[in-house]
Design a protein around this ligand. Structure first.
Ligand code: B4P
Length: 193
């Protein structure tokens, strides 16, 4: 199976590029951000907990997010593969993902890291905030999300670099050009296989 992790700071374009990769490779989409927002919309107890973190720009606790992911995989760990959009975001989640996939005799194929400078990220998220209605798309919360990303999420780059799976992609430019760089990295996997 082709199991892609889309990695990057908030606003780096993970959701945007996921849609295109799904269309290209027929993958199942797993976005932990979407899963959390669904719980919030449905008014579940778990959603209330998730909301209390998301609205402050903090990460939802690992046990909650890992539980949501495991539930999804029970339903959709199928060929041709999966795209993990915004998961993992901590080392604990990265290690958990390896263990969960191993239960299905699967592994992460590639980690595509969208590289975007901080000023551009802030501008994109503020712009999205004008229409998204998301509680976390305002300047104060965006700054907190970026801080959390640097402290808790970037150590995963070394984790995947050590596994030889990290591919950095320039995430500034046209959506189609960025997509083309990703496709070229993914298609290399088929050449090697
Ligand atoms: P997510 O839903 O994952 O969202 P995100 O990081 O904000 O956005 P993404 O990178 O997908 O940006 P997009 O494509 O939309 O997370 C939200 C919150 O949920 C987290 O902060 C956290 O609290 C919680 N959460 C989620 N997963 C978790 C986990 N694993 N553990 C703990 N907590 C978790 O792009 C942003 C904007 O840029 C869009 O408006 C888009 O149109 C624009 N854009 C995209 N590409 C562009 C380009 N090339 N040029 C110009 N603009 C572009």
């Amino acid at each position: 199976m082709l199991n892609i992790i889309l990695f990057g700071a908030p606003g780096s374009g993970k959701g945007t590029q996921s849609e295109k990769l799904i269309e290209r490779y027929g993958l199942k989409h797993i976005s932990t951000g979407d899963l959390c927002r669904e719980e919030i919309r449905e008014g579940t107890a778990l959603g209330a907990v998730a909301d209390s973190y998301i609205s402050k720009g903090q990460l939802v606790p690992d046990d909650i997010v890992i539980g949501l992911l495991e539930d999804q995989l029970k339903r959709c760990c199928t060929k041709p593969g999966l795209i993990f959009d915004g998961f993992p975001r901590t080392l604990v989640q990265g290690e958990a993902l390896d263990q969960i996939l191993a239960k299905y005799n699967e592994r992460v194929s590639i980690v595509l890291s969208l590289e975007v400078d901080e000023d551009e990220l802030i501008q994109r998220l503020l712009k999205r905030g004008e229409v998204s209605g998301r509680s976390d798309d305002n300047l104060e919360v965006i700054e907190s999300r970026l801080r959390v990303y640097h402290e808790q999420t970037t150590p995963l780059k070394t984790f995947y670099q050590n596994q030889g799976k990290l591919v950095k992609v320039d995430g500034v430019g046209s959506i189609d050009d960025i997509f083309a760089s990703m496709v070229s990295a993914v298609d290399q996997l088929f050449v090697k296989a």
